[in-house]
Write a protein that binds this ligand. Structure first.
Ligand SMILES: [Zn+2]
Length: 131
């Protein structure tokens, strides 16, 4: 079940694919079948630019199951340049150095190894943009 779920979510995870409402132009991430702004069900998949800035952040010290070995780690709400706000783990940065408004970009990283066979699940995280 875990495997098929990850397969189903692969575009959403790797390409930051959202949806664009054909009636009002609103961009959503994660993808929405119904526009949260106008209620329309007319939408198309839309790849979102994987860059934005830190909107808010927190340090996770009591992580969910399977993420224990990574804790503590920073998680941020990231306001994408395209508009939607995404929740994601931050990487390549110390928590003390995270700032509101900091420019970040998406990177694909190992989220965790799964099971005895070592299936590795990848997903997106965000890291500071150089410069
Ligand atoms: Zn709409």
């Amino acid at each position: 079940m875990e495997i098929s779920r990850n397969w189903r979510l692969r575009y959403q995870r790797y390409m930051l694919e959202g949806t664009k409402c054909l009636d009002c132009g609103n961009l959503s991430f994660p993808p929405r079948r119904v526009c949260p702004r106008c209620g329309s069900e007319n939408y198309v998949p839309r790849g979102l630019k994987p860059e934005g800035e830190v909107y808010s952040y927190t340090l996770v010290t009591s992580p969910p199951e399977h993420f224990e070995s990574q804790a503590p780690y920073p998680v941020a709400m990231i306001k994408l340049d395209d508009g939607p706000i995404v929740s994601a783990q931050l990487t390549d940065v110390n928590y003390e150095d995270v700032k509101i408004g900091m420019r970040v970009e998406m990177v694909t990283r190992k989220l965790r190894a799964y099971g005895k066979n070592g299936l590795i699940i990848y997903g997106y995280k965000f890291r500071p943009v150089e410069g």
